[in-house]
Design a protein around this ligand. Structure first.
Ligand code: CU
Length: 466
């Protein structure tokens, strides 16, 4: 139901604010709340919402037809690049994986055409959307399958707002493993009382694209090779860009086969919504990590107070890495000299690593060492201070004092004010008198003079407070 207040404000009638204020005053019981604590005035958006920025993606244009918003999805094979050096034949919609974002407003009547250009049947399920049962898209249960070459139409009225998804519900295991999914964003008809300055959205996914192959393997259940935001891996994932003091919303959906604890650096965010729309404010939670479960959506809101380059990533350490072997013996602490030459005779280009940790992999990458065909390094990304050593679900939130409102262009790396970066104070492993318990002497620490001979640091006496 449209209230008189909303109607007046949509129409932009002069003086409507005064009428609305008078009506509100009559409708609400008097409270002791001082005016300063009252929420900011509601922003009446109607169709004037802040458009969602689909990370590395796009929004599907629609056309109006007799008051109905018409969209047309095409299920088809796509040639997709995860990052330079790694591409595959994937499946998606309208030429991309994920498919384009569908964006509409609560109360809209939508008509969605779906053309199947795959070699097998498909359907589309509108995930989280409150609609008539016959529009829910489950092959066999709610509708016949859309056969290759056929076009079906779905039509319903959007009764809610929130962050939703669409994906096939026919041969789901294969079609989703190949990248068929997209975002479906419904903005609230009456706007939002806490206004958003920037609204980003992405989907979490995983892919079994084995090195040297060009088709994702749909039968893999756990040991995936690629972990993606909107089907891209770092450093090919776009940064999230904002101005200091702005309010950001990040809408995250998960159609992968794992739960992902999404962690954002800088000050804590609020979890403010889900498939069910923006939650009442009493339910907002302050977090620094939020698990986005399989099949779930989460909206995170963040007010930037500190400029800089802030990491945003999944906190499962393997999910911020590129492809790796999962069943190799543990090389940590193993001196592989001698063995390395023998293996290289069998496997040209083999390079032993991992004795002191995996970090040297990033320097191999920086040296331009080539891995197998059509795959990506486990660690990648070069920042202004050196290797970032990430690879999968990782991107950077770039907060800048000077970023103009509405400017989404990448401002480059942050320019740190002088003296504001952690710095080296010594190259001597014996530096200082730190409290240590039972130091373990076997780890070789390079000596400060730069010679090659490993030196075992002497076992130090240690003291600790009683
Ligand atoms: Cu994860």
């Amino acid at each position: 139901m449209t209230t008189r207040r909303e109607l007046l404000q949509w129409m932009g009638v002069g003086g409507a604010g005064l009428i609305a204020a008078a009506q509100t005053a009559r409708a609400q019981p008097a409270t002791d709340t001082p005016p300063a604590a009252a929420p900011p005035p509601a922003r009446r958006a109607a169709q004037g919402y802040t458009p969602v920025q689909t990370l590395n993606g796009w929004t599907l244009p629609h056309r109006m037809n007799g008051g109905v918003k018409e969209f047309h999805l095409v299920a088809e094979e796509v040639d997709h690049e995860f990052a330079p050096g790694c591409r595959a034949k994937c499946w998606g919609y309208n030429g991309t994986t994920p498919g384009p974002t569908i964006e509409a407003v609560e109360g809209d009547r939508v008509r969605l055409y779906v053309t199947n250009r795959l070699g097998e049947p498909t359907t589309v399920h509108w995930h989280g959307i409150d609609l008539p049962n016959g529009m829910d898209g489950i092959a066999g249960l709610n509708q016949p399958r859309i056969e290759p070459g056929e076009t079906y139409v779905y039509e319903f009225t959007l009764k809610q707002h929130g962050t939703h998804m669409y994906h096939p519900h026919a041969d789901e295991m294969t079609q989703m493993a190949f990248g068929m999914m997209g975002l479906f964003i419904i903005h609230p008809r009456a706007g939002e009382d806490v206004a958003i300055d920037r609204d980003y959205a992405f989907l979490l996914h995983n892919w079994a694209l084995h090195p040297g192959t060009y088709r994702p393997d749909p039968s893999v259940m756990q040991d995936f090779d690629l972990w993606t935001f909107n089907s891209k891996v770092f450093p090919a994932i776009d940064p999230i860009v904002m101005r200091t003091g702005e309010r950001l919303r990040i809408r995250i959906g998960n159609l992968s086969m794992w739960n992902h604890p999404i962690h954002m650096h800088s000050n804590p965010f609020w979890v403010t919504g889900s498939d069910a729309g923006r939650w009442p404010r009493e339910q907002w939670r302050r977090e620094v990590t939020e698990i986005v479960g399989v099949g779930q959506m989460r909206d995170l809101e963040f007010v930037a107070t500190e400029p800089g380059d802030w990491a945003l990533h999944c906190h499962m350490a393997h999910h911020t890495m590129g492809p790796m072997g999962h069943e190799i013996p543990n090389p940590t602490g193993v001196d592989q000299r001698g063995v390395e030459e023998k293996i290289r005779a069998l496997l040209p280009g083999y390079m032993a690593m991992g004795r002191d940790g995996m970090s040297e992999h990033s320097s191999h990458v920086a040296m331009g060492m080539r891995g197998p065909e059509n795959t990506l390094p486990m660690m990648a990304g070069e920042g202004q201070f050196g290797p970032i050593e990430m690879g999968g679900m990782f991107t950077v939130v770039k907060v800048r004092d000077g970023q103009a409102p509405g400017d989404y262009r990448d401002p480059g790396w942050y320019r740190y004010p002088e003296g504001s970066v952690a710095r080296r104070v010594s190259r001597d492993p014996q530096f200082g008198q730190p409290h240590r318990r039972k130091p373990y002497a076997a780890v070789a620490v390079p000596p400060p003079d730069g010679t090659d001979a490993p030196v075992d640091p002497p076992v130090q006496e240690h003291h600790h407070g009683s």
